[in-house]
Design a protein around this ligand. Structure first.
Ligand code: MN
Length: 477
C-alpha cells in the first residue's frame, strides 16, 4: 500500500479563552487559575431561576478585534442562542452560544509551514460561555463539580477543512495561538487550557471527496495536535487498506502512548434544541462601531517576523522569540532606538537570560534600550568578549550602573589596544620559539595555543581576534 494514494483532510476547531476581567454575562472574576473551587460564581453562573445575564462589553471588543486579525470584520448583526444538553457541570441545562448568526463569518490565517505560506480559511467564529468542570477523585464513589469556569467567555474558531498534514495542523494551531496572543485577545496560557483544539481528520483516495472523519477533542498543545493527526491518518489508512471502514466517532488522545482511543460513536446527531436566547438582545454594530474596534491593532506575528528577519536572525531564533511577546516587543524597541546590531546581540542575551528574568530575578525596565545599546556596542567594538558581555548583562539586571562602569569594576574590559597586545605577543613568541617556528612552517593549528598564551598573559583581557592577527603579523604569515 502506498500512503501517498490518500489525501488527508483536517479541520480544526479552537476554543480561545478571552482576556476579560469578568465572565461573559456576570460581574464575577474570570481568572480561575488560583481561585479555590466554587468561589468565582454568582446566581448567573449557577443558572438560578430569574437570573438575568448581561453581555460583557470587553468580550465583544475582543471578539471584534479577533475578526480583524483573522483578516475580516465583525458582523454588523449577531445574536445568542441556547444550546441544550444535560451534564452536571452545566447547571442551567443549556449553554449560551451563537448558532445561527455568529459574530464572525469568514476570514483566514496565513500559516508558515516549512518555509512556505499556506492560507487556511475560517468558516465562522462565535462567542460562547464555557461550562464548569467535573472532578472525579481517585477511588471515591462520588464526583465533584467546580463551577469557577462556568460562564468564562470563549471564542470558538472553526477552520475550513483545508489542512492536509500533521505538520500543517501543528503550524496552524501555533499560528492561531500566536495571533490571538499578540492581538491580546487571550492570555494564551496553554497549561491552563486557555486555548484548546478539537481536530477532525479523515483520509480519502479521491481528493475531491472527503472520507469519514474522527474527532479528537480538547488538545492543549501543538505537539499533541500534530501527534493526534499523524496517528489518525495512519490508523484510518490502515483500516481502509484492510477493507474495513472508518467509523465517525469521537476519540481521545493518550499523551503517554501517543495514540488515539475510541470513546463514543455518533450513531445519531444529538438534538440540542437550539432556540434564540431571550434574555440577551442581539449585537448590532454600526459602521462607526466597527471602525472604532479596528483602531490600535497591535503588531502581529507576521509583522514581527519581517522585523526580525531585518535584524538577521535565523528562523529558529525568530520562532523562539515569538513564543515570548515581551521579548519580541523589547527587541523591536531596541531595534528602533539602538539599531540593528544592538537588536541582534540583545536577542541572544534576552533568550539566554529568559528564565531568570521571568522568575523575577531581573527587572526588564532596568535594561532600557539605551543601556543595551551601550552594552552591545562594547562588544561590537571588541571591548567585551561574548562571555564578558553576558556577565555584564546579568549584572545589569541587578544594577542601574552603566555597562562600561560594570565592566571596568568587574575587570572585564578586553584589551584592544594594538600596542599593548603587540608587546604581549612579542613576549609569548619569544617564550614559545619552537611553537612559533611550527606555525611559520604551516602548523596553523598551533596558532590556537599561542593565542591561549596571549590570553593567559593578559589575564583573559586581550581581544582574541586581534591577538591572532598580531601573531600572524609578527610571524610574517
Ligand atoms: Mn464550543
Amino acid at each position: 500500500m502506498s500512503k501517498d494514494e490518500y489525501t488527508p483532510t483536517i479541520g480544526i476547531e479552537c476554543h480561545v479563552q478571552l482576556k476579560t476581567k469578568t465572565k461573559l454575562f456576570a460581574a464575577v472574576g474570570n481568572d480561575a487559575r488560583q481561585a479555590p473551587p466554587n468561589t468565582l460564581i454568582s446566581h448567573i453562573c449557577l443558572g438560578m431561576p430569574g437570573a438575568l445575564p448581561v453581555l460583557n462589553e470587553k468580550a465583544l471588543e475582543l471578539a471584534a478585534r479577533a475578526a480583524f486579525v483573522l483578516n475580516t470584520k465583525p458582523q454588523p448583526f449577531s445574536k445568542f442562542d441556547r444550546k441544550h444538553y444535560f451534564y452536571p457541570d452545566l447547571p442551567k441545562g443549556y449553554q449560551i452560544t451563537q448558532y445561527e448568526q455568529p459574530i464572525i463569518l469568514g476570514g483566514y490565517v496565513e500559516v508558515p509551514v516549512e518555509g512556505q505560506q499556506k492560507r487556511v480559511g475560517i468558516i465562522r467564529v462565535h462567542l460562547e460561555e464555557d461550562a464548569g468542570k467535573n472532578i472525579h477523585p481517585a477511588g471515591a464513589d462520588y464526583s465533584l463539580v467546580d463551577l469557577n469556569r462556568a460562564g468564562t467567555p470563549l471564542l470558538e474558531i472553526v477552520s475550513e477543512p483545508e489542512i492536509h498534514s500533521a505538520a500543517e495542523a501543528k503550524a496552524f494551531a501555533r499560528e492561531l495561538w500566536l495571533i490571538m496572543k499578540y492581538a491580546d485577545v487571550t492570555d494564551g496560557d496553554l497549561y491552563h487550557g486557555h486555548v484548546r483544539f478539537d481536530v477532525n481528520s479523515s483520509v480519502s483516495k479521491d481528493p475531491t471527496k472527503m472520507g469519514i472523519r474522527s474527532e479528537i477533542k480538547n488538545l492543549n498543545s501543538f505537539r499533541s495536535v500534530e501527534g493526534a493527526v499523524a496517528y489518525e491518518i495512519d490508523r484510518q489508512i490502515e483500516l481502509l487498506e484492510k477493507g474495513e471502514k472508518v467509523v465517525q466517532e469521537t476519540r481521545g488522545w493518550d499523551e503517554a502512548t501517543q495514540k488515539t482511543i475510541g470513546q463514543r460513536g455518533k450513531e445519531e446527531a444529538q438534538d440540542y434544541r437550539y432556540m434564540p436566547e431571550p434574555d440577551i438582545p442581539p449585537i448590532e454594530l454600526s459602521t462607526q462601531d466597527i471602525e472604532k474596534f479596528k483602531q490600535g491593532l497591535p503588531l502581529l506575528p507576521a509583522d514581527i517576523r519581517r522585523e526580525l528577519i531585518d535584524i538577521k536572525l535565523d528562523s529558529k531564533t525568530i520562532e523562539d522569540v515569538l513564543d515570548h511577546p515581551d521579548i519580541a516587543n523589547y527587541i523591536l524597541i531596541v531595534k528602533k532606538n539602538a539599531g540593528i546590531r544592538s537588536a541582534h546581540r540583545s536577542t541572544f542575551l534576552k533568550l539566554h537570560f529568559r528564565n531568570q528574568e521571568e522568575a523575577g530575578e531581573g527587572d526588564l525596565i532596568k535594561i532600557d534600550p539605551d543601556r543595551i545599546k551601550q552594552l552591545t556596542e562594547l562588544s561590537i567594538d571588541g571591548l567585551l568578549s561574548s562571555t564578558a558581555e553576558r556577565i555584564v548583562y546579568q549584572e545589569m539586571l541587578k544594577s542601574s550602573e552603566a555597562p562600561k562602569t560594570i565592566a571596568e569594576r568587574m575587570n572585564l574590559v578586553q584589551v584592544s589596544d594594538e600596542g599593548e597586545i603587540d608587546k604581549i605577543v612579542a613576549e609569548v613568541l619569544k617564550e614559545n620559539a619552537k611553537v612559533a617556528e611550527d606555525v611559520k612552517k604551516g602548523e596553523t593549528k598551533a596558532i590556537g595555543f599561542l593565542v591561549g598564551q596571549v590570553m593567559a598573559k593578559s589575564k583573559g583581557k586581550a581581544n582574541p581576534g586581534l591577538a591572532q592577527q598580531i601573531i600572524k603579523k609578527q610571524l610574517g604569515i
